[in-house]
Design a protein around this ligand. Structure first.
Ligand SMILES: Cc1ncc(C[n+]2csc(CCOP(=O)(O)OP(=O)(O)O)c2C)c(N)n1
Length: 282
């Protein structure tokens, strides 16, 4: 990836972080740490890799993205609004009853969302079904699924992993946002997954392990995955930092499921050089 493109994507990722923190502070609840860890993966996919058309969200030849770790919806919403799927003002109505942006992605309510997720463990199965359908209809679109590492403790993920390799779904790329933390602590303490890449390999996947905040590495891994001739699904274990970008949130499980207070938002914006985009709630 050329330097200018890396810079463009980094600027977009920064903008996404500013939006995520503002929308969560406005909502007063939601998942901060795991939204911040997945920003580069989403930015890379929406702004560099995927074929999609804002003016035609149901374009049959679009690539699909399934955010299996649906609690990171704020990161998905930031990316979709920055693409132009809906106005930025919608972001500040996050988690309102009857609003278009629910706490977890809802395919019926939000333009650009491909699947309803939030109940962990289901996204890869959905991605497989879509990928099989695309293959049956001779469509070469790709399906990208993003899973959390804590999410991998759900048994359904491994059923989906088996079926994707059984059906040689080379049009599926699964990212693991491996930030090492889950709701209340370290993944390795709650229920260890390592050696994680070996597990995917044993289930018949091609696996790569990268730094999930590095656009160059994301691009190389995806290109390598898609250029393989030997078929089968591809997994990318993206090592990330929960809370990435905000020093006092980084690596802390305590920021998993809480929104920033106004004071924390101010401190975060000072660090990121971002603006407060919301009014203080009374
Ligand atoms: C089936 C199910 N069980 C429990 C939850 C509650 N929950 C939401 S996020 C989360 C932790 C997920 O950890 P991880 O996948 O590592 O997410 P990240 O650290 O990237 O935010 C849990 C248990 C859920 N959403 N779905």
């Amino acid at each position: 990836m050329i330097k200018a493109e890396e810079k463009r994507l980094s600027d977009l990722a920064l903008k996404a972080r500013i939006l995520i923190l503002n929308m969560l502070a406005r909502a007063g609840s939601g998942h901060t740490g795991g939204s911040l860890s997945v920003v580069e993966i989403l930015t890379y996919l929406y702004f560099h890799k995927m074929r999609h058309k804002v003016e035609d969200p149901a374009w049959p030849d679009r690539d699909r993205l399934i955010l299996s770790k649906g609690h990171a919806a704020p990161a998905l919403y930031a990316a979709l609004s920055m693409c132009g799927y809906f106005p930025r003002s919608e972001l500040f109505k996050l988690r309102r009853l009857a609003g278009s942006l629910q706490g977890h992605p809802d395919v019926r309510r939000t333009t650009g969302v491909e699947a309803t997720t939030g109940s962990l463990g289901q996204g890869l199965s959905i991605a497989n079904g879509i990928a099989l359908g695309l293959r049956l209809s001779g469509n070469s679109s790709r399906v990208y699924a993003i899973l959390g590492d804590g999410e991998l403790q759900e048994g359904q993920v491994w059923e989906a992993a088996m079926s994707a390799s059984h059906y040689r779904l080379r049009n599926v790329v699964a990212f693991v946002d491996a930030n090492g933390l889950q709701i209340d602590g370290r993944v390795e303490d709650v229920m260890g997954l390592e050696p994680l890449t070996d597990k995917w390999k044993a289930f018949g996947w091609n696996v790569q392990e990268i730094d999930g905040h590095d656009f160059g590495q994301l691009d190389e891994a995806v290109q390598r995955a898609e250029n393989r001739r030997d078929g089968g699904p591809n997994a990318i274990v993206a090592r990330t930092t929960k809370g990435k970008g905000v020093s006092f949130m980084e690596g802390k499980a305590s920021y998993h499921g809480v929104a920033p207070t106004m004071d924390e938002l101010r401190r975060a914006m000072d660090e990121l050089g971002g603006e407060i985009l919301i009014e203080v709630k009374s």
